[in-house]
Design a protein around this ligand. Sequence first.
Ligand code: ATP
Ligand code: MG
Length: 387
Amino acid sequence: MYYISLSLGELILKGKNRQSFVHKLRKDISRVLKDESIEEIYQEMGKIYIKTDKDQIQERVKKLKHLFGIVYISPCIRVDKDLDSMKKASVDFVEDYLKDHPSKTFKVESSRADKQFALKSPELNQLFGAAILQNIQGLSVDVHHPDFHLYCDVKKYVYFYIDKIKAYGGLPMGTNGRGLLLLSGGIDSPVAGFLMGKRGVQIDAVHFHSYPFTSPRGEEKVKELARILSTYTGRLTLYSINLLEIQKAINKNCPYDEMTILSRRFMMRIAQKICDDYSYDSMITGENLGQVASQTIHGLTVSQDAVHSLVFRPLIGMDKVDIIKISEEIGTYETSIQPFEDCCTVFLPKHPVLKPTVEQMEKSEGELDVEGLVNEAVKSMKVYHIS
Ligand code: ATP
Ligand code: MG
């Protein structure tokens, strides 16, 4: 019988909370496998096992790989604790593997979690090793650098597996509260959302545009980024806000070189209002120290000053190449680099103010009806449910 095993890693260290974390992950598993009926699923010593037809394995692994809280995934076969069945299973499993993975050397690694079992791990290794050598031509044992490992876990049942497919680890969605991601069309913010999602923060997103100055296709692009994120986070809500009236007001009443930084403070305030109105515990941005003028310590200080929520900036100390690597891996990169103008490029100052201060910002904002502008923008927001 074929199973897919999910190794839970960090989850099993969670002490008293463990069961609620595992429960959450189980719900996520039901969600991503919803199309197929799950015939049998259970937990045994740090792993979740899902009964799976052999021809379903690839498709299911692909879906399960997107769930946070899983460290690695192994397709395996399960047999009863009977030496003959175990020997036969080890040989059959390896034979099957060799069809797609021509190999010359192997090593058996048994783990006897059930200490009552008569044979110890080294004895099991020998038993299966000998059976495989006897029955399969052209293989030899290499304990240092084998082409593949055959793992055998002896628990209530016995499991054989070879592949350990790396998943993302982290904690299941929603086990660390709710976060509102400021999602632009760029490379950084989707990665920031992914990273906080991985730590268990349930993500929704807000996007700012300047329609008709920015094209509706820019918004489509952001919806597509949200859709890709939702393959990890589950269904997410995207709030879409037109910033144009605010930008016009800033343009008319405030110093030209403060456009970017003042817009940023409005974005933060609007996000704060959505957090307050819809009970988000945190905000998330893709900000990265020093990347652009608005992300210097001064820039970050004045944008932080506009809000009271906790703001996560998971990319703050990363290098761009590493951020790009993650965006390629999670599948957002190709969409992010599509060239649509961002709302920040409307009324873009040639020389943005370099060392903005809170006092200076507050003085400029004294010319504006800040609360009224924020409320108007939120009133006309569009809400999309993305999955
Ligand atoms: P990104 O690649 O995420 O667009 P960036 O390097 O272009 O980031 P900025 O444009 O300075 O940097 O934006 C910094 C952060 O502010 C973004 O990561 C995002 O969280 C938020 N942000 C910027 N523009 C928008 C927008 N139009 N809608 C929503 N959030 C935005
Ligand atoms: Mg951007």
